[in-house]
Write a protein that binds this ligand. Structure first.
Ligand code: PLP
Length: 394
């Protein structure tokens, strides 16, 4: 007999993963060449060659007993120091090893920081559309998720509604930019206003409200848009980073949290996050990956491959008549369901071998997400299907 809390979670379990399975089934039924699977955000670009070299060097040259051993729950000190210095160079910050905790990807990092901060019943605000797993992560600690409805024009956070939704029970706010599922980058103006609201409300309620900036897509940007480094705008910010997308290593589970020294109760938060990393059962982030990462910190995946997909997809979907906000980062595009119902749209697309995820999974009905981390030819070949689906609804 499984736990009753799990029963509900299993039933609701990821629509995205279910789609992925559906894709495999369809491939058998109608042939691989006729299936256009845009459901999963699994990087399609190889990791940069520096990653392989770093891994080989790590395996060949580091002391085995050390390499495979336990370590500080926050991660290797020198690794954290390298990362802090690299951030300082890039963003003009002043972090050191005591501001970095190595984590099991962004998902591990988010769970660590939510466990660290959230008392049962405390509210965590998210902006729709949002990465659906946030709901599960918040629920893991019996937090209450509060959703700010989307601004459908721009998909920048709806700050007026945000301000209204902050209460004396708000403990944290999660933002994600570049955004999954819209590909939108939150502008500096947005971050400044958001920080002002948080400052004002923290004072009003006489308590700190933490901002958690979930940034696995920070390096995947295709325009001149800047992705503001949020700790510089609001001191009570925790940054969650991951190498899953930036180095195409999602299976390796490596990332980190940044906990700035200026933060309210910094020492308590940092120490508690180290303990959370341990008692959640992660114990520490994977050792080989930590040691390898510092040897390829400046390596980058070839974002031009995603960019080519992005441009083709956006130009052709809008040419057909679909509506969507131009994605500028990450590898997702959020397209409006032509007749308004995302589930009906996704089901119709499936009849043409096209797998897309209804926006309801991201707290935003009426849209569907396409993950364009797929082969370019797949995108080109999917277009006649998209045309047929569109004609079906207009
Ligand atoms: N946050 C967002 C917005 C994501 O899209 C993902 C993965 O797709 C994650 C977190 C989890 O990333 P990781 O693989 O690093 O745990």
């Amino acid at each position: 007999m499984i736990a009753s809390k799990m029963e509900g979670l299993v039933k609701k379990s990821s629509v995205i993963r279910a789609m992925f399975e559906e894709g495999k089934r369809l491939e058998k039924e109608i042939g691989k060449e006729n299936v256009f699977d845009f459901s999963l955000g699994n990087p399609s670009v190889n990791p940069p060659s520096e990653v392989k070299e770093a891994l080989i060097d790590t395996i060949n040259n580091e002391d085995e007993n050390f390499l495979h051993g336990y370590m500080n729950n926050c991660g290797y000190e020198d690794v954290r120091s390298y990362i802090a210095n690299s951030l300082n160079k890039r963003f003009d910050t002043s972090f050191n090893e005591n501001n970095i905790i190595m984590t099991v990807g962004a998902a591990g990092g988010l769970n660590v920081i939510l466990k660290t901060l959230i008392n049962p019943g405390e509210e965590v605000i998210v902006f729709a559309p949002f990465f659906g797993e946030y709901s599960n992560y918040i629920n893991n600690y019996d937090g209450v998720q509060v959703v700010v409805e989307p601004n459908m024009e721009t998909f920048q956070p709806n700050l007026e509604e945000f301000e209204k939704k902050i209460t004396s029970n708000t403990k944290a706010v999660i933002i994600n930019t570049p955004n999954n599922p819209t590909g939108v980058i939150y502008s500096e103006e947005t971050i400044i206003k958001l920080a002002e609201i948080l400052d004002k409300k923290s004072k009003e309620y006489g308590k700190v409200i933490y901002l958690i900036s979930d940034e696995p897509y920070r390096e995947l940007v295709y325009t001149d848009d800047k992705v503001p480094y949020v700790t510089k705008y609001y001191k009570d910010t925790v940054v969650g980073y991951s190498y899953s997308k930036s180095l195409s290593l999602p299976g390796e589970r490596i990332g980190y949290l940044v906990i700035p020294s200026e933060m309210t109760c910094y020492k308590d938060v940092f120490d508690a996050a180290g303990v959370a990393n341990r008692i959640l059962g992660f114990v520490n982030a994977p050792s080989i990956m930590q040691r390898a990462i510092i040897k390829c910190l400046d390596a980058k995946v070839d974002v031009e491959i995603y960019n080519k997909n992005r441009i083709y997809l956006y130009e052709n979907l809008t040419r057909i008549g679909y509506e969507c906000v131009e994605p500028k980062g990450a590898f997702y595009l959020f397209v409006k369901a032509p007749q308004g119902d995302d589930v009906v749209f996704a089901n119709e697309a499936k009849k043409h071998g096209i797998l897309i995820v209804p926006g309801s999974s991201f707290g935003c009905q009426g849209y569907c997400r396409l993950a364009y981390c797929v082969d370019y030819e797949k995108i080109v070949n999917s277009m006649s299907g998209f045309e047929k689906v569109f004609k079906r609804f207009v």
